[in-house]
Design a protein around this ligand. Structure first.
Ligand code: AVJ
Length: 284
């Protein structure tokens, strides 16, 4: 399933809850990297920057970056989750009264237009969260190429390969928040498509796919069952799963050549001490 469907209002709330659980290391690690290197990142963006953010979400890391920018001109947060985008927009607009904020509700994995008359000034994209990891190779190249048409520079967060135990507990936390986040997809189908998935007969599972270098989230059916949706039958064998998300993990060399394929050159990389996560600057 396209993983963007995980993010209805409830899904966005649950994702924000995930970012606060101990087992899920990416958000706090990346936030720390951005905090400690905000000045370098701001210098990279230059004075009077126009900042585009793909998949803005709650915008916590963005706030840290904007705070370090010199006289930023415009912030364009792009997100599919309209409710959360509205909240983030008003919080950031309030905190930075001299900054213009122009939210765009869009699925950034598809083509969309930027507003026609953007102010002059260097345009930089901010793409944190390792959201790039949710895209497969073809999608990632298409996305990075579109970003190349939109802006001349970018700052991107990339989650790095590490031991499988750490990865799997990040995607199957002991508090069960990730399980609730994943299962909300079935609840959403029941709500919006009038489905009849029994939520207690599907279980969350995180799997490491070595070939894809990805953590996968699955919803495993505990029974054999037929679920009817919009006049169509969906048949499950017992143990068969719905694959709801892949979260690819990169090493810097592999990511560098992926970026190059889309016309980018990695210029700087910032990492945490343990080398769990990287934030990279890209030049066109
Ligand atoms: C959307 C990339 C930040 O893949 O790590 C968190 C979503 N899924 N736990 C990720 C997610 C399960 C997350 N990002």
């Amino acid at each position: 399933m396209p993983c963007c469907w995980l993010y209805d209002a409830r899904g966005s709330d649950l994702f924000n809850a995930i970012t606060r659980v101990e087992d899920y290391y990416p958000t706090r690690t990346e936030t720390e990297i951005v905090s400690q290197n905000a000045q370098d990142m701001a210098n990279f963006c230059g004075e009077g920057a126009v900042l585009l953010e793909y998949g803005a979400g709650s915008g916590i890391k963005t706030e840290i970056l904007i705070d370090a920018l010199r006289a930023p001109r415009l912030y364009l947060p792009i997100d599919i989750a309209a409710d959360e985008l509205a909240q983030t927009t008003s919080r950031i607009a309030k905190r930075f009264p001299r900054l213009d904020v122009f939210p765009i509700v869009a699925d950034f994995t598809r083509d969309f237009d930027l507003p026609p008359a953007l102010p002059l000034g260097p345009r930089t994209a901010f793409f944190p969260g390792s959201t790039i990891g949710n895209l497969n190779l073809r999608e990632a190249i298409a996305f990075l190429s579109r970003m190349h048409r939109h802006v001349g520079a970018a700052i991107i967060g990339v989650d790095l390969k590490k031991d499988v135990r750490t990865l799997l507990s990040a995607y199957d936390d002991s508090a069960g928040v990730t399980a609730a986040f994943n299962l909300n997809l079935l609840a959403r189908i029941n709500r919006e498509l009038d489905g009849a998935f029994p939520l207690d007969r599907f279980i969350h599972e995180a799997r490491w796919n070595q070939t894809e270098s990805a953590v996968e989230m699955h919803l495993v059916s505990l029974d054999s069952r037929v679920v009817t949706l919009a006049g169509r039958d969906f048949t499950f064998f017992s143990g068969e799963s719905i694959h709801t998300e892949s979260s690819r993990k990169y090493d810097l060399v592999t990511f560098g050549s992926l970026a190059e394929t889309a016309g980018w050159r990695v210029s700087q990389s910032w990492r945490d001490r343990a080398g769990q996560f990287a934030v990279l600057s890209l030049d066109a």
